[in-house]
Design a protein around this ligand. Sequence first.
Ligand code: FES
Length: 537
Amino acid sequence: MFHGKPVIGICNTWSELTPCNAHFRDLAEAVKRGVLEAGGFPVEFPVMSLGETLMKPTAMLFRNLASMDVEESIRANPIDGVILLCGCDKTTPALVMGAASVDLPTIVVSGGPMLTGKYRGRDIGTSDLWRFSEDARKGLMTEEELNLAEAGMCRSAGHCAVMGTASSMASMVESLGITLPGNAAIPAADSARKVLAQLSGRRIVELVREDVKLSDVLTRPAFENAIRVNAAIGGSTNFAIHLMAIAGRVEVELSLDDFDRFSRDIPLVANLQPSGQYFMEDLYYAGGLPAVMHAIESYLHTDTLTVNGKTVGDNISGCESLNPAVISSVSAPFNPVSGMVVLRGNLCENGAVLKPSAATPSLMQHTGKAVVFENIEEYRQRIDDPDLNVDASSVLVLKNVGPRGYPGMPEVGNMGIPKKLLDQGVTDMVRISDGRMSGTGFGTVVLHVSPEAAAGGNLALVESGDLIELDVAQRRLQLLVDDDELERRRQAFQPEPERFTRGYAKLYVEQVEQAHLGADFGFLKGSSGSEVSRDSH
Ligand code: FES
């Protein structure tokens, strides 16, 4: 049956432990139909699935491991081209990173977002759950109401329905050109999702015959396009870490500063939660990502190749917004502020990021006294302590939640506001950490501080009561402590004891790079190609 035909691997992250990807067996069947129609031979294979909701200590710890599984599964088997079935947050970067290090013809098919959630007659999504859980802490909502809201949020198969990390990743792969047009926004429950999967199955067979490899599409201009699109949609801050890790695999030069540089002049065109009002389903009805890209066409490299064999310009031609309330224009944007700000200063010598569209404008220039939590356990113990020495002008600092420190860089950077301030009506504070924030999160939150505390960055030296200055316009994050005092503290600094003496966590802590480089393992950068010889690969 396979003789003389392109063999197409369907790399499947289906798992009952990853609810966002639980419909992927059906999706794989649609891909297979397309492969067979085009004269290829489909073979489905499983790889490690990374579910955001259940994995401990954080799914991010396993992104690099899953990428190794993907890379070696593709290379070790007789496969000519690959379809990557991705959904929940980390599954997309993990699969693209692994496939990029093999560099066969490759197309991504995302699982699609859930239908918009409903609770008591209103539209809700994951970002509302953050607000609801704060309401529950304040006693404004009962436990039962919170559970009902959570159940109403998950109405169908698919990943989170806001512009969180999963939707940002689905948009990233579409704007990079490694999906068919329209991939990002089609709801998982819409039959158009299966049509897209089937068409991708057909197209991958042609892509093998045309010998178009992943690296032919993943060029520097394609990465610049992805950064600009992520700004226009108000995408997740996690995007920076994952895009840099992917760039490292295809050896495209990309630095943290590129994210500021290429998003600085892009307005927020899409009005989507958590930066705006609407949901992925609304984005689909308004024209999807092609309409967003059409709106910012003048900022894009329109001559870049995509996997359907056409350029970005061809794909978005005529794709006007069908609903300006959801997809606005550059001349009348939903918000002139978008993108990702890259901060520098003695508190983040290799950089830190902040998402201005999710922050409070009045806090963008702020100096306040630090309230320091040495680790997540101390934070949980003290945050609601009525005696915590904190007021609305304080700056919350959380250490040891970076790639090495936690390990795995969990999404705790948008730490909750102290209960006694919540009771006073405080809704936002400046918060700083070496961790990440959920793409569904919001607030004036400085993330990805590099070097992290566990790597001996100055973040490790901050003490409660120190003044910290945040100046977003100047891209500055400064610990207002003089150098002599910092040096004295550095000499006295004792890192947290190493907790992992074996297994993958030990390998991770030893090998993971800092956030400003994408938190990949240094030894995984680049590609080993698809050829396997007896001696090496
Ligand atoms: Fe999977 Fe949000 S939990 S995408």
